[in-house]
Design a protein around this ligand. Structure first.
Ligand SMILES: [Zn+2]
Length: 342
């Protein structure tokens, strides 16, 4: 299928919330990792979301160029080219973008979509995240409101964050003192400000103890019931139509029962990065250990071209990451839910 257009994406989000499942939203940094997501989604009969972070975009543009927007465009164009070879819908999203990076990352991508629409081309990305969680809530929402107005004009969906996800992602580390739990009062304020602008639903990364990265058991205390408290509060104040579309950040390494509880309360997208990174690299390491004297020229020998051709271990890594995507689709109950038409 082609990359999900606005109508298909909205249908995806509504189906997930009504059906109490969520889409794997997988960070990619190259054509190979993007292909792994498409393959994993296709093999599990799940629609899903491919996303690019600021660091992922910079990497994808080339280590000598390091242009986060350029790399994100390159990955998105690749996905637009190949997506219709897979029988599922995929949306394209950009991950965490702090206020000081908006001008270097999200805005050039929005402008690219605006340019494309003028010539009749589909949007480049389907949605963008603005992460103002490090700012006071009103400052966060002032920027979010402006961005939502701009994105609405091009059928782009906004994701924002209220509360702080712990851990580290792309070198941005949340402080130990950061509030790891969003409050219903905060999310009511989000609803009040963002619902004042008519438009499509927005995605809300509310935090309930989640952290980026994977930690040993016992270090992370997830409280998915916070999401229920927030939904209950917004339903009481604004009615059922105002219920949130939640995003579960830092999904890697989470207990299945916490994931399933979160799905009950309106999580429609779960970001998985770390577990995918591990699956990919695990396959590369396996290849190198298995073919030690093939990938290396040991003791004057010549190695084995078949073993050190990057395609050999990257194909294994693509398959391994696709398998991890399939597991995520089962855990998030999106497996087998792919839309036939949209
Ligand atoms: Zn995140």
């Amino acid at each position: 299928m082609p990359v999900a257009d606005y109508a298909a994406y909205r249908t995806m989000l509504d189906r997930a919330r009504a059906g109490k499942f969520a889409y794997p939203a997988v960070n990619v940094t190259s054509p190979t990792t993007a292909n792994a997501v498409l393959r994993g989604l296709a093999e599990s009969g799940s629609d899903g979301i491919i996303q690019v972070s600021t660091g992922g975009g910079a990497f994808a543009s080339g280590t000598a160029v390091k242009d986060m927007a350029l790399g994100a465009i390159s990955i998105a164009e690749h996905v637009h080219r190949v997506a219709d070879r897979y029988p599922i819908h995929v949306a394209l999203h950009t991950d965490h973008c702090q206020a000081d990076k908006l001008d270097a990352f999200v805005m050039p991508l929005v402008e690219e979509t605006e340019r494309r629409r003028k010539t009749g081309l589909p949007n480049l990305f389907s949605s963008h995240m603005f992460d103002g969680s490090a700012l006071p809530l009103q400052d966060n929402l002032d920027i979010a409101v402006k961005l939502r107005e701009r994105l609405n004009r091009s059928d782009l969906i906004l994701e924002i964050e209220a509360g702080v996800v712990g851990g580290e992602e792309d070198g941005v580390r949340a402080s130990a003192a950061a509030r790891l739990y969003t409050t219903p009062e905060d999310t009511l304020e989000v609803a009040r400000r963002l619902n004042a602008i008519p438009g499509p639903p927005y995605l809300l990364a509310a935090t309930f103890g989640n952290v980026h990265g994977v930690y040993k058991p016992g270090h992370v205390k997830l409280k998915p019931s916070i999401l229920k408290d927030c939904q209950d509060a917004v339903t009481r104040a604004c009615g059922g139509a105002a219920q949130f579309y939640f995003v579960f950040h830092g999904g890697s390494g989470s207990e299945l029962r916490d994931i399933h509880e979160a799905l009950e309360y309106g999580v429609v997208k779960m970001n998985v990065d770390t577990d995918m990174q591990y699956a990919f690299t695990r396959a590369v390491a396996h290849h190198c250990f298995q073919h030690y004297d093939g990938v290396l020229r040991v003791d004057g020998e010549v190695g084995d071209k078949k073993a050190y051709d990057p395609r050999s271990y990257l194909a294994a890594a693509e398959q391994a990451m696709a398998d991890r995507v399939k597991r995520a689709a089962v855990e998030l109950r999106s497996a087998g839910t792919a839309m036939v038409h949209a």
